[in-house]
Design a protein around this ligand. Sequence first.
Ligand code: ADP
Length: 509
Amino acid sequence: MFEARRTRPMRIVLASSEAVPFSKTGGLADVTGALAKSLDQLGHDVVLIVPDYYLLRQSAKGLPPIYDTGLKLTLTMNGRPITCSVNWSTLPGTQVRVLLVRQPDFFDRRQLYQEHGHGYVDNCERFCFFSRVIPEICRRMVLRPDVIHCNDWQTGLVPALIHSQYAGSPGFENTATVMTLHNMAYQGRFWHLDMPLTGMDWRYFNFHHMEAWGDLNLLKTGIAFADQITTVSPTYAKEICTSDGGYGLEGLLNHRRNDLVGILNGIDDDVWNPEKDSLLPSPYSAATRSTGKPKCKAHLQERLKLPVRQDVPVLGMVSRMADQKGFDLVMGSAERLLKQDLQLVFLGTGDPHYEGQLKELAQRYPQKVAAEIGFDESLAHQIEGGSDIFLMPSRFEPCGLNQMYSLRYGTVPVVRKVGGLADSVTNLNGDPASLNAATGFVFTDYQRDVFAQTVERAVETYRNKPVWDRLVQNGMAQDWSWNRSASRYVDVYQRAHGRMAARNAENRC
Ligand code: ADP
């Protein structure tokens, strides 16, 4: 199964603002939970540190028991003492210890980052606090990490703190940092007067470290200070070094090009596996798909009050409703697509503008469109299982997980050729030979007509059963598990160590 361990086990602290099964708004949570599990299976000692969204977890199902460690920590932020406690749990099926930072004022909220399309006004304070607590937990619990692996802007401050305040001190003699960029569009930009919240000296508020375009920028901070940087697909690693994909940080990313690597995310096989997916009415494998998948399709149509018909293609989309995800293409071509005999199924939440447009579309076409606004894990699985085609026409997509879930569930993806979508879906083109390797439909230009034509091509192919079956089989045969990617992260951790050792030696001279 997993590649044999080649090196001594490492103590890895994974820091993230969300992780399955404790909290989730998107792919970040899937990735942190699954990566922790895979590193554990490789024999490493993994500690996951996340905020404790206490209110949200009260209604969550299937969480492991959570206990109090008894540890309390107080930090002074802007002259104000703020205290948190630390709870602990175990990631199900693993030996991964999970530490949950309980600070009710910051984390007992209805959502993680925003409500009604507006970020919480104290997001800088919330996540500077979380980041500053992480090294303190390591120190007080004597974790002595070999690596602290940070994810996105919410933990971007950690590499800076390690570098400037903790490096070489007891418990941190051997600690390297890695920063993973899951999405350059979210950088944690705040006005400069928030700088004292970081606990960093003002001298770091400069172009090379924490400042970008006049603001404090927490993602930039992570990129500037981390020993190694990763992002979530090889194509996205190239895109973010350009002005189109770097969102203003392409200069720094180019500067650190030799320390940047793209590693495609994987799928957690225990969660996203049609053979043992308990959320599906009728789990299926590649061999039993022809009986299992129609049952899932009928169940989905029934659940969403659409006509139950096997002969009509169901096109699904599960997504955060954000500009990034291509909703303007979908909405702009919906009327054209709905002239055909097909059903459109949406699940998502986010931008109220898109939520409204989708609800209205579903009201106008009750026989053809279903739009569920909200976050619903079981429906997400049932859309993957019950749809024939999955839509991901993203403007940009760092990695994307749903296209991989779709391939696994025999649901043919229609994707734009960007980021991780380009790295994971192979286009069926006019050349019959392309059917040997094709797994979906890929378009390049971000234009309504191009998108609509591609969907039409998919729907037409759906009616050609032998070709469709081959496409589905090709997709289901692929391996998107974490085995490969987790080993690549371990390589990065080792490189980070090399860089840290060189840095420490330089400091000693
Ligand atoms: P991103 O991280 O940009 O949101 P990804 O494709 O990488 O996009 O991951 C999205 C994850 O979030 C998938 O697991 C998807 O099923 C899930 N998801 C997104 N929106 C919803 C929703 N409304 N309900 C349930 N799951 C959702």
